[in-house]
Ligand binder design. Sequence first.
Ligand SMILES: NC(=O)c1ccc[n+]([C@@H]2O[C@H](COP(=O)([O-])OP(=O)(O)OC[C@H]3O[C@@H](n4cnc5c(N)ncnc54)[C@H](OP(=O)(O)O)[C@@H]3O)[C@@H](O)[C@H]2O)c1
Length: 323
Amino acid sequence: MRALLATGDAATTGVTDLDESALDGAVLVDVTHSSINYKDGLAIGGRPGVIRDWPKVPGIDLVGTVAEDAAGWSAGERVLVNGWGLGESRHGGLAERARVEPHMLTRIPAGLTDVQAAAVGTAGYTAALGVLALQDAGMRLDGADILVTGAGGGVGSIAVQLLARAGAEVTALTGRVEQLEPWLRSLGAVAVEPRSSLGEAGRPLQSARWDAVADAVGGTILANALAQLRPGGHATACGLTAGAELPATVLPFILRGITLHGVHSVEQPAAQRERAWSMLEAKLDLAALDEATEVVGLEGAVDAAERILASSIRGRVVVDVRG
Ligand SMILES: NC(=O)c1ccc[n+]([C@@H]2O[C@H](COP(=O)([O-])OP(=O)(O)OC[C@H]3O[C@@H](n4cnc5c(N)ncnc54)[C@H](OP(=O)(O)O)[C@@H]3O)[C@@H](O)[C@H]2O)c1
């Protein structure tokens, strides 16, 4: 089968013929699509932190059909996998076939095509988990002032859409205001602010502006956003493109009673995945998703990986692994 093999060295990482005997797992899947997430950029680029045991097929997402009856799954069922170590500790979605364990599979919602399911991918599913965290905390999203950071990326752009469609007044924070403002407004943002407005270390308690923050970047930006939460406000944290450190104080926690929710997508149980995917099927504007999706062939995945690390992708890149 054709597969992208990441070797740990960008110079030797590329498309190759891989024997299917390299795969391990009870269920064989004919993969149609994968996608490029930030983690895939790191893995394909040979950066540390994602793949430890090289070489591996990268791709933390896969979309396809079950190839043969196995472990309660039937041949022909449309399925997806997000996370579970795919493209990290086991061969991932950037190949024509994959083997996974039965608990890793999620049925693709009927309203989504394979390309749309891959375009949502881990990024969109994580954005939905963040929205569920706010709702489960008892937040009323309708009319709430919500800041979304990293808004031009995969998680951020889908968070903007989901929150705006739930009635929130969304402010999108981006390092690419000139390029992305019209698009972010078309997704539902009512305001767009430059990343630099939160980029410098600020006071531990700042003027309170937000009922909630959906953060995908971490670092000083998240610390400032926490300092701008209103009393009783909520923030979700899922990413670290601005840094893994959190240079914050406890003051907004103890003087404003704010809450910070961690969002972890990789090992969520099936029920929580189904909640997230049902929300995505019901609430996403699929025309907007299609418009923000670029489809490349397997050979194009390496270039897309470089572009995601350089933050030059708008929205999502889907890989047609047979293309
Ligand atoms: N916890 C989980 O389970 C989970 C799941 C999915 C993703 N993640 C993490 O979430 C983050 C976003 O993932 P993604 O797939 O959405 O990546 P992405 O498409 O590359 O989006 C990240 C966005 O972050 C912003 N950004 C980049 N560098 C920045 C910097 N130095 N300072 C501030 N903002 C910066 C950019 O948005 P603008 O250009 O608009 O500013 C960029 O588009 C990554 O760290 C990823 O690993 C975690």
